[in-house]
Unconditional design. Structure first.
Length: 295
């Protein structure tokens, strides 16, 4: 496999030594993915700069060469640091990169934060990406969800299905752990990058999403990352309660920095700063959903 990607990023300084070498089964999935992508002819990849979309874009470049473009959304829910990293990766790889304006807060109903919030966002985003893909002569549009995304509440996947967006990683049967291990062998800078979801996911369903809340969360999470925490979430409850999620192994470090974090988070606008004893996990806001809302 190619090992010529060696970007330096702030997010990959803590090595995860428990990521194993890819299994032969994972490598076969990788080969199947390349074959599948090569058959698409040309492709526009929805590119966030995260673990999955970076792997997908790199594979698309390997399979399709110049017949692939990357498209990144610009919005208040997407931190500027992520956009810069996405831009730098494409520059390094020689991939044409486009940024589309997709401001979720302008979507009717989005700011009310309904349980189908992600569906509203993805519907708008993929509509914008498809229009750009058509203008650039790209045959199809692809996104980076993987097999692990099938096991959580993911209303955005409904938008993927409705608009005929390809999900090559799920098509190949790839799981996040396999993507990380292959990314590491490929030399991708994102193999060890923290999982990321849009900042709107930090707000409790039914509570309004505002530019102020998104800014508070963005700056709070950035401080935790600057302190060296690897995987973080700052959930906001009401207008002023912060619930910090970090990996359980990093609880001592969080407590060591408690006084600083309380001071700095209050300066950002939080009145209360709390630590979630269950630790980091994806989709913790979904734990309150019941019945049809959780489907």
């Amino acid at each position: 496999m190619a090992t010529n990607t060696s970007l330096d990023t702030e997010q990959t300084t803590q090595a995860q030594t428990d990521v194993p070498e890819p299994s032969e089964q994972a490598l076969q999935k990788y080969r199947d993915l390349l074959d599948y992508l090569a058959q698409r002819g040309s492709l526009a990849v929805a590119f966030s700069g995260g673990v999955d979309s970076t792997f997908l874009l790199k594979c698309a470049k390997e399979a399709l060469g110049k017949n692939v473009i990357a498209v990144t959304a610009k919005s208040l829910s997407f931190p500027e640091r992520e956009r810069r990293e996405a831009q730098e990766f494409c520059r390094h790889e020689g991939i044409r990169h486009f940024v589309v304006e997709s401001e979720e807060l302008k979507i009717p109903g989005f700011s009310h934060n309904p349980t189908n919030r992600c569906y509203l966002c993805k519907s708008e985003l993929f509509h914008e990406i498809r229009q750009l893909a058509d203008r650039e002569g790209m045959a199809q549009v692809a996104e980076g969800s993987n097999m692990d995304d099938n096991g959580d509440y993911r209303p955005g996947l409904k938008a993927v299905a409705e608009q005929g967006i390809l999900s090559p990683l799920r098509h190949a049967g790839l799981y996040k752990s396999e993507i990380r291990s292959i990314s590491r062998q490929m030399g991708l800078p994102t193999w060890n990058k923290q999982s990321f979801a849009c900042l709107s996911s930090r707000v409790v369903y039914g509570e309004s999403i505002t530019p102020k809340k998104l800014g508070m969360v963005d700056r709070a999470e950035q401080e935790l990352l600057d302190l060296g925490f690897h995987q973080v979430r700052v959930r906001i409850h009401g207008d002023s309660l912060a619930r910090i999620e970090v990996l359980p192994a990093e609880f001592p470090q969080l407590l060591d920095n408690a006084q600083r974090l309380v001071r700095d988070f209050k300066a950002l606008g939080f009145s209360y700063v709390t630590m979630d004893l269950a630790g980091y996990r994806t989709g913790s806001m979904n734990e309150t959903l019941e019945g049809d809302d959780a489907k």
